[in-house]
Design a binder for this molecule. Structure first.
Ligand code: SAH
Length: 256
């Protein structure tokens, strides 16, 4: 199999994997490709595209936060383990919990964690709307990340109940439109948070735009949030009343 283009790390990020981390990235890639035949985990399998869109993108999001030590991270809607697995490999002092509602996905990640000998990561199966009310998880994380799970304001309702006051939620997005930004501001406010900053960047091979939106949690989220399963997507908090534009610019999920 063609190797991942690891020589590109050095010129594209102020963080570099060491040889043992490169080995883990490669082994995880092989596991994803193998399992993909049965599980349909991702469409992005070609080495350069995988390196850029899954690996580099996952790592790039947390680069501004790498000085933090020993933090608890939740990856909500992790799918095949993105961005959670690359983050766990990158930051061995961080504890990374990966959650998804689909058991076949968390089962795949569990196997990967075991076979790679990763000790700082775990999975849980469940929906954000349920897990967010469990004592063990509620306001239990310093950092919550969500990539390609739902519109931004919905992700805020999914993610913010899990963040500690003073902690943050980070949304990995593709394009970032004014309308989504306004809806997210409104949702964040209702959930006890504010938008702290928008980290814009381009992927190093394709040049595609990406944005990581950092929300800072400033007070506890009201107990009514998250609302029951399905309600956050059906009646999103902060949604603007006027009709959405129909030219496709409202697209909120990137084809990861
Ligand atoms: N974060 C991954 C996967 C994105 S696909 C990536 O970027 O590649 C979205 C994933 O979120 C799916 O695996 C789906 O099962 C999960 N998901 C969607 N809504 C969810 C919810 N309410 N609670 C938990 N998981 C959810």
């Amino acid at each position: 199999m063609t190797p991942l283009p690891h020589h590109l790390w050095a010129d594209t990020l102020p963080w570099q994997p060491d040889p043992s981390q490169i080995l883990l990235f490669d082994r995880f890639y092989n596991l994803v490709i193998q399992a993909n035949e049965q599980l349909n985990l991702t469409r992005i399998v070609e080495p350069e595209a995988y390196w850029e869109k899954h690996l580099w993108d996952s790592v790039r999001g947390v680069v501004p936060l790498i000085k933090n030590q020993d933090i608890a991270v939740l990856d909500l809607g992790t799918g095949a383990g993105f961005p959670g697995m690359p983050i766990a490999i990158m930051q061995p002092t961080w504890y990374v919990m990966m959650a998804d509602s689909t058991r076949k996905k968390t089962a795949f990640i569990n196997n990967a964690i075991q076979s790679l000998g990763i000790t700082n990561a775990q999975t849980i199966t469940g929906r954000a709307e349920d897990l967010g009310h469990q004592k063990r998880h509620r306001e239990g994380y310093d950092l919550v990340v969500l990539r390609a799970v739902a519109p931004a304001n919905v992700c805020a309702e999914y993610g913010l109940p899990f963040a500690k006051v003073g902690g943050r939620v980070m949304l990995y997005r593709g394009t970032w439109e004014e309308r989504e930004a306004q809806e997210l501001e409104r949702a964040a406010y209702a959930l006890g948070a504010k938008v702290a900053y928008v980290d814009a960047f381009a992927l190093p091979i394709s040049g595609a735009v990406r944005h990581c939106i950092h929300l800072l949690k400033i007070k506890p989220t009201l107990e009514v949030f998250p609302r029951e399963v399905g309600t956050p997507t059906k009646y999103p908090i902060g949604a603007l009343d006027d009709p959405k534009p129909s030219n496709g610019s409202e697209t909120t999920e990137e084809p990861y």
